[in-house]
Design a protein around this ligand. Structure first.
Ligand code: ZN
Ligand code: ZN
Length: 104
């Protein structure tokens, strides 16, 4: 069995976002939207109108808490844990499920 991915690596997710105007790529939506706000001074709605579909790679995962399929992306995972699992953090989820299991 493979060793589990380190938390820092796992929590980055497996998707890829590309910023159309400058060509930068990001592993997850949190970093991507932060870049859009700080570097291009656009909010997500405005950016989405100008440059639709910034996510160029989408990876799904199954939540071990509830079995629902969610996007393997830090922002999406955090939102899911907060809404569905009483504010569980990604760290708690990782310790409970990922660290024990050994693989994704
Ligand atoms: Zn950019
Ligand atoms: Zn869940």
């Amino acid at each position: 069995m493979d060793a589990p991915p380190p938390f820092e690596c796992w929590s980055e997710g497996g998707c890829l976002y590309r910023c159309a105007p400058c060509g930068s790529t990001f592993r997850h939506s949190v970093a991507f939207w932060k870049h859009v706000a700080e570097f291009h001074r656009l909010d997500p709605a405005d950016f989405g109108r100008l440059f639709p579909r910034p996510r160029v790679k989408k990876v799904a995962m199954r939540c071990d808490e509830c079995g629902q399929e969610i996007t393997f992306d830090r922002g999406k995972m955090e939102a899911h844990m907060i809404r569905r699992h009483d504010g569980m953090t990604l760290r708690q989820y990782y310790d409970k499920h990922i660290a024990k299991r050994g693989t994704f």
